[in-house]
Design a protein around this ligand. Structure first.
Ligand SMILES: Nc1ncnc2c1ncn2[C@@H]1O[C@H](COP(=O)(O)OP(=O)(O)OP(=O)(O)O)[C@@H](O)[C@H]1O
Ligand SMILES: [Mg+2]
Length: 353
C-alpha cells in the first residue's frame, strides 16, 4: 500500500497543497520555514491520528482559519482517508464515511518517522519505546488491539475505584478483565520482540557495527505474575490512586554490546540506532502484514557524517517502504535511486522535473 495523493487545506503555512506521490521515493526540498516538515506531519497524521510535534491537533490549523483538512488516497488496497481538524474536535472519514477511528487510520496507512528527535527513542522515557513497540505489535499481532482495549478499560475503572477510596472488593472486581487483557498484551509483545530481534540486529550492524539486544520488562517484577503484583501493591496503588503494575508500565531496554545504549552512545550513534530500530520494524511489518509502510525522514543529514548519512539513506531506500525525505535542496542527498522531487515555497508545493 502506498500514498498516491495527498491534499491539504489550511494546514500550518500551506493554505492549499496537493502532491501526487512517487510509489518509492519522494524528496521534498525548500528553504527553512517553507513547510517541508508540515507535509511530513500531515502524512503522519493520516496514519496515526496525531501529530509528532503539536500536543493538540488543533495546532496545525493555519492561523486565522477555522479548520484544517488532510486528505489522502491510498492504493493497494484502495482507501480514501480524510481528517478534518477543527478547534472543536477532529473528524475522521474513511472512504467518505464519517465516524472513523485512529486504529482504522493506522490499519490503512502504516507510517513511521525518522526525524532529528529519533534519538529520543533510545534516550527518552519508557513511554517512547512502548509506543514504538506497540505500533509494530498492532500491525502484526491481530488480537493485540482487543487485548489492549480490554486492559485499558479495566485499568481506567480500577484507577477510578482506587481514587474514590472504594472497598477492596470493588477494586478487585476489575482485576479479572485487567489480567485477561494484560496477558494478551504481554504475550503479543514478547512474541513480537523475539521475531524482530534478528532483523533489528541486521540494521543495527549495518549502521553501527555493534550487537543490539532488546530486554523487555513487562511492567511488574519479574518472576511473579501480575495478579500477585496487584495483590502485593494494593496499598501503594491506593496511596497513588493509580495502578502501578501492568503492561502500561513496561520497559524496553536497549543493549548495545551488552551495555544499556542510552548511557553509552554518541548523539549521532543514538540517531543511527533509533533509525535502525524503526527501519527494522518497518521491514518486519511489511514482511508479515504484506503492507507497504510509509517512512517519513525529516532532515536526515543533521548530525551524521557523509559515510553514515549514505548508509542511512541506503537503508531507507532499500527498505521497500514508500519514503518521503526532506532536504534543503534535492540534489544535496546521496541517493542512487529514482525519485520524485518536490519544491515548497510560499505555501505552494510544485513538482520538480
Ligand atoms: N498554525 C500555523 N499557521 C500558520 N503558519 C504556521 C502554523 N504553524 C506553523 N506555521 C509556520 O509554518 C512554517 C513551516 O514550518 P515547517 O516546520 O513545516 O518548515 P520547514 O520547511 O520544515 O523548515 P525547516 O527547514 O526550518 O525545518 C513556519 O514558518 C511556521 O512558523
Ligand atoms: Mg523542518
Amino acid at each position: 500500500m502506498a500514498l498516491e495523493r495527498l491534499r491539504l487545506e489550511s494546514f500550518r503555512c500551506l493554505p492549499s497543497a496537493e502532491l501526487a506521490a512517487h510509489p518509492s521515493l519522494n524528496i521534498i526540498a525548500g528553504g527553512n520555514g517553507t513547510g517541508k516538515t508540515s507535509l511530513l506531519e500531515a502524512i503522519y497524521i493520516l496514519g496515526r491520528g496525531r501529530s509528532f510535534r503539536a500536543p493538540r491537533l488543533s495546532g496545525v490549523i493555519a492561523d486565522g482559519q477555522d479548520a484544517a483538512v488532510v486528505f489522502g488516497e491510498i492504493t493497494d488496497p484502495d482507501a480514501r482517508l480524510g481528517i478534518q481538524i477543527a478547534r472543536s474536535g477532529t473528524e475522521i472519514r474513511i472512504n467518505g464515511e464519517s465516524g472513523g477511528t485512529v486504529s482504522q487510520l493506522a490499519e490503512a496507512l502504516p507510517v513511521q518517522l525518522i526525524d532529528p528527535n529519533v534519538h529520543e527513542l533510545v534516550q527518552g522515557g519508557p513511554g517512547e519505546r512502548r509506543r514504538f513497540l506497540d505500533w509494530g505489535v498492532f500491525h502484526v499481532k491481530h488480537d493485540f488491539l482487543d487485548g489492549w482495549r480490554r486492559f485499558r478499560r479495566a485499568l481506567q475503572q480500577r484507577n477510578a475505584a482506587l481514587r474514590q477510596g472504594a472497598s477492596a472488593e470493588a477494586v478487585a472486581a476489575w482485576e479479572p478483565d485487567l489480567l485477561a487483557g494484560a496477558a494478551i498484551v504481554d504475550q503479543s509483545r514478547r512474541d513480537y520482540i523475539s521475531e524482530i530481534s534478528p532483523i533489528l540486529q541486521r540494521y543495527a550492524s549495518k549502521f553501527l557495527e555493534m550487537t543490539v539486544k532488546l530486554n523487555y520488562r513487562p511492567g511488574w517484577s519479574d518472576g511473579a505474575g501480575l495478579a500477585e503484583a496487584l495483590a502485593v501493591g494494593a496499598d501503594r496503588d491506593r496511596a497513588y490512586g493509580a495502578t502501578q503494575s501492568g503492561p502500561h508500565r513496561a520497559e524496553l531496554e536497549i543493549l548495545m554490546d551488552g551495555i544499556p545504549a542510552r548511557h553509552r552512545l554518541s548523539r549521532g550513534q543514538h540517531k543511527l540506532l533509533g533509525s535502525a530500530l524503526i527501519l527494522g520494524q518497518s521491514d518486519w511489518v511489511q514482511q508479515v502484514s504484506g503492507k507497504q509502510s510509509v517512512l517519513l525522514v525529516d532532515e536526515p543529514a543533521a548530525e551524521l557524517d557523509a559515510e553514515h548519512l549514505a548508509a542511512l539513506l541506503n537503508g531507507v531506500t532499500e527498505s521497500g517502504a514508500q519514503v518521503f525525505i526532506t532536504a534543503l535542496k534535492t540534489g544535496a542527498l546521496p541517493v542512487r535511486v529514482d525519485y520524485q522531487g518536490f519544491h515548497v515555497e510560499r505555501g505552494e508545493v510544485s513538482v520538480l522535473v
